[in-house]
Design a protein around this ligand. Structure first.
Ligand code: 23J
Ligand code: MN
Length: 261
């Protein structure tokens, strides 16, 4: 049975009846990195330096040294990233059950709302309205918030930092309670630099996408793109972070399989 299903899947992919959509932003030195208040330590941006390029330093090979924070560009947040998830033995990049790196996605389109309000907050009311149209969010799904925020290619517009912190859309506290407690999701993904709203430092609890998702051993995906190419339901996401020993997350390539029919 399984062989037949996988064979069929491989054929459909080869024929492009199932399309592979790249949900990943290009990682480069100008990639915007989250800015925390000055009291806290900061994450390093992505940097790349050439080792050799078919030259005297290496006549037949090209390669680079790279460095960056774990939470740079399109990246995965593991449960141990947050203090609320620190004790999960299976909550680090190297200990997570790999089965959870492949999961279906529900895409909630908030692009109109985010265009009107840079501080738009997704609430359970919006999620329930989405479910009325598309059905109940299946257990083990990614829930992805489409805002079209990834279309802000200028790093400062992407971060959108103001006097009172970033003006960036995201989820409210009750949305994160609902998805962890009532829907048993695999994780929560967004197009913005982090999984939480720009003003989430002032929420109670602060940073609910981090505090509640990771506290419930669920994952985060940040800086996604091309969510406008996904159906509301039916896409399958491949999101596997680097196997960093006791890693809190990592940049990664996020791919979606989408049925063309
Ligand atoms: C550290 C502290 C606060 C936040 C974050 C990291 C992230 O958004 C992240 O990339 O996980 S809000
Ligand atoms: Mn992160």
């Amino acid at each position: 049975m399984t062989t037949a299903v996988l064979e069929k899947l491989a054929k459909q992919i080869a024929k492009r009846k199932i399309r592979v959509v790249d949900l990943t932003q290009t990682l480069k030195p100008s990639t915007a990195v989250i800015q925390l208040p000055p009291a806290f330590a900061q994450s390093s941006p992505f940097s790349i330096s050439q080792i050799s390029r078919y030259d005297d330093k290496g006549p037949a090979w090209y390669w680079n040294n790279i460095s960056c924070g774990e939470h740079t560009g399109t990246h995965f947040d593991a449960p141990i990233h947050w203090v609320s998830g620190k004790d999960y033995q299976d909550g680090a990049t190297d200990t997570i059950d790999v089965q959870r790196f492949v999961a279906p996605a529900c895409v909630i389109d908030c692009s109109k709302e985010a265009a009107k309000d840079e501080k738009f907050l997704l609430t359970p009311k919006h999620i329930l309205a989405w479910e009325k149209k598309h059905g109940k969010i299946p257990k083990g799904s990614w829930v992805l918030m489409r805002t079209d925020w990834s279309k802000r290619t200028d790093p400062s517009a992407f971060l959108n930092m103001k006097e009172d912190g970033p003006h960036v859309p995201g989820p409210n506290v009750d949305a994160m309670r609902f998805l962890t407690q009532e829907r048993d999701v695999n994780g929560w993904g967004v197009e913005a630099v982090g999984t939480d709203a720009g003003q989430a430092h002032s929420f109670e609890p602060a940073f609910p996408a981090h505090n509640l998702m990771h506290g419930a051993n669920r994952f985060g995906l940040a800086s996604l793109c091309n969510l406008d190419q996904l159906p509301a339901t039916g896409a399958v996401i491949f999101a596997a972070p680097l196997k960093i020993e006791q890693g809190s997350g990592s940049p990664l390539r996020v791919l979606a399989l989408v049925d063309e029919r």
